[in-house]
Design a protein around this ligand. Structure first.
Ligand code: ATP
Length: 234
């Protein structure tokens, strides 16, 4: 198992948001974390990368990461693309790429840049352009490319389709599918677009007010009309 989470609790100040989550992410697969606004999806991703105070056991690739600092967790193979994307808006695409690879000492960085150009040809066209002037979809692509340049084992993606036009959403999902198919990286995907997420994912968890209320193979959840009606709203 790539990521194993047991009894995860987290919150902000006196407010408890997550009330003991248990879930797993398999190697090389896509796991979707779904739920309504405020259910605690973003908080779960923040808890995994130690951005907020948490309790519980988090194991990445066989090593406990709870209690470790964020940089340490990133070094152990975790990359987080936060909501709002987290690119450096005032820097160019090239500079964002170089920052993405700054922890790397190996000589394969240039080869990885080329791999990213294959996956995101638009970013190559925008190489010298300031990130803040890119379209929303291109900014999302840049955020994902930057995260991949860390060569993570696990990628946490927080609503990559948020605020994007339907065609661009399809493009972003196509990119996630390609990352999955190329293998070697597990994805934990937080999404509002439950239908698309369930189509892509292998497994899914449904969160409601900080608790997992449904879990199972994505294909089964997708076909379960009562779950769809009760929790997914379609
Ligand atoms: P959304 O899709 O709206 O982001 P979500 O499922 O990701 O929903 P969270 O953002 O994790 O939900 O929020 C869960 C709860 O935590 C909400 O009640 C929210 O108000 C609260 N919360 C989120 N961020 C903070 C914060 N920085 N300080 C205090 N409370 C917060």
């Amino acid at each position: 198992m790539l990521l194993e989470v047991k009894g995860l609790r987290a919150g902000y100040g006196q407010t408890h948001v997550l009330h003991g989550l248990d879930f797993v992410v398999e190697d090389g697969g896509v796991t979707a974390l779904l739920g309504a606004n405020g259910a605690g999806k973003t908080t779960t991703l923040r808890a995994i990368c130690a951005m907020i105070r948490t309790e519980g056991e988090i194991t990445l690739n066989g090593e406990r990461i709870d209690g470790r600092a964020t940089e340490d967790i990133v070094r152990r193979g975790l990359a987080h693309v936060p909501d709002g994307r987290g690119t450096f808006m005032e820097l160019s695409v090239e500079e964002n790429f170089r920052l993405g690879a700054y922890t790397r000492r190996d000589r394969e960085v240039q080869a990885d840049f080329e791999r990213m150009f294959g996956m995101f040809p638009r970013l190559k066209q925008r190489w010298k352009q300031q990130a803040g002037t890119l379209s929303g979809g291109e900014q999302q692509m840049l955020a994902i490319a930057r995260a991949l340049l860390l060569r993570p084992k696990l990628l946490l993606l927080d609503e990559p389709s948020f605020g994007l036009a339907p065609l661009i959403v399809q493009e972003i999902f196509g990119i996630m599918r390609r990352i999955r198919d190329e293998g070697g990286v597990g994805i934990l995907l937080v999404e509002q677009n439950a239908n698309l997420a369930l189509e892509l994912a292998d497994r899914a968890y449904l969160l409601e007010t900080g608790r997992i209320v449904v879990s199972g193979p994505a294909a089964e959840i997708r076909q379960d009309e009562s779950i769809r009606r009760s929790y997914l709203g379609y």
